[in-house]
Design a protein around this ligand. Structure first.
Ligand SMILES: Nc1ncnc2c1ncn2[C@@H]1O[C@H](COP(=O)(O)OP(=O)(O)OP(=O)(O)O)[C@@H](O)[C@H]1O
Length: 310
């Protein structure tokens, strides 16, 4: 039998007094999916993650977690782990003692504390007090705590906050392995590059409403125009060809970067293909070609601006 959806939300609405923090939110997260939650400040991300963690209940709508409808009682649903607003840790205890205390609280002697610490790359500081930990180290320990429970749904609010590149590598590795083993991961982030690197699907929230939910690849349609930076072996000729290629618009913010002249153009994917083919035909080498902002970032800005003007 197929596993039930990890999250199924329909029409979830949550008020804080007069504030509508979530407004008729629908959400589907499948087992094994890493699902990103993005949106401007105050969009409702933490509120939604809190509902999934059982820290609050919706005022309206249906919420099913791992196939079980969520009732009115405040409780972490079975099989769910994670944190919002930073992990809850005891500062006067060491990393290892924190995890041991958690395992004891849960009454589960099978939890492999050393393995969890190792997975998040904290072995060297396992016996240091958490009081001296940086934000990134606390985040990693919070993830280790969540791993101890072998969750089938992992909820993380801004997990890459404060992480250095090595920390990110550890955390991303852990999340990718968990997902490959069938755990669904739902995480919020303000970093679109992180979301693009990790997530297959994304939900964009804007003032409590879903502006988009689905595969990231669906955000950037072939026809939508993006701005690209182009560095070639012959900037003057490339500029001429750009002017002559249908569907390419030269932006006026062309610039010199570290002594290299770069072209900024606006184009859809088919127009960009044509431009590159013409450059190559004219013996002009393309040394760099990249979107000025990523497709996710561009879609995010466009969708939220559109919603704000409605
Ligand atoms: N406990 C609360 N009491 C009153 N209002 C709240 C409470 N929690 C959230 N809100 C309001 O609900 C809305 C959504 O807040 P939420 O923290 O979920 O947004 P967010 O997307 O996580 O924002 P950020 O990116 O700043 O963390 C905001 O208008 C916020 O002010």
């Amino acid at each position: 039998m197929d596993a039930p959806p990890s999250v199924r939300a329909r029409g979830i609405t949550k008020y804080f007094g007069e504030v509508v923090a979530l407004d008729s939110v629908d959400l589907d997260v499948a087992p094994g999916q890493i699902h990103g939650l993005v949106g401007p400040n105050g969009a409702g991300k933490t509120t939604l993650l809190g509902l999934l963690l059982g820290l609050a209940v919706p005022d309206r709508g249906e919420l099913e977690i791992l196939g079980t409808p969520v009732g009115r009682a405040l409780a972490v649903p079975e099989g769910v782990a994670g944190f919002v607003d930073g992990p809850g840790l005891y500062p006067s205890m060491t990393a290892r003692q924190n995890l041991a205390a958690l395992a004891q609280l849960r009454g589960d002697g099978t939890m492999n504390i050393d393995d969890a610490i190792d997975q998040v790359g904290l072995t060297d500081v396992a016996d240091d007090r958490v009081r001296g930990f940086s934000l990134g180290m606390r985040q990693r320990l919070g993830l280790a705590a969540a791993l101890l429970t072998k969750p089938r749904l992992l909820i993380l609010d801004e997990p890459s906050n404060g992480l250095d590149p090595a920390g990110k590598k550890h955390v991303y590795g852990v999340l990718t392995r968990l997902a490959a083993d069938g755990t669904a991961v739902m995480l919020s982030s303000h970093r679109m590059d992180d979301v693009e690197a990790l997530c297959s699907e994304v939900t964009i929230l804007s003032t409590g409403r879903v502006a988009f939910s689905g595969p990231i690849s669906k955000l950037a349609s072939e026809d939508s125009e993006l701005d690209y930076r182009v560095i070639t072996s012959n900037p003057a000729a490339a500029r001429r060809i750009a002017r002559e290629t249908k569907g390419i618009r030269l932006r006026d913010e062309d610039a010199v970067q570290e002594g290299v002249e770069l072209l900024v153009i606006s184009a859809s994917v088919p127009a960009l293909d044509e431009f590159v083919k013409r450059l190559v035909r004219d013996d002009i080498a393309v040394r760099e070609l990249a979107p000025v902002v990523s497709p996710l970032e561009a879609a995010f800005i466009a969708l939220t601006e559109q919603q704000e003007t409605n």
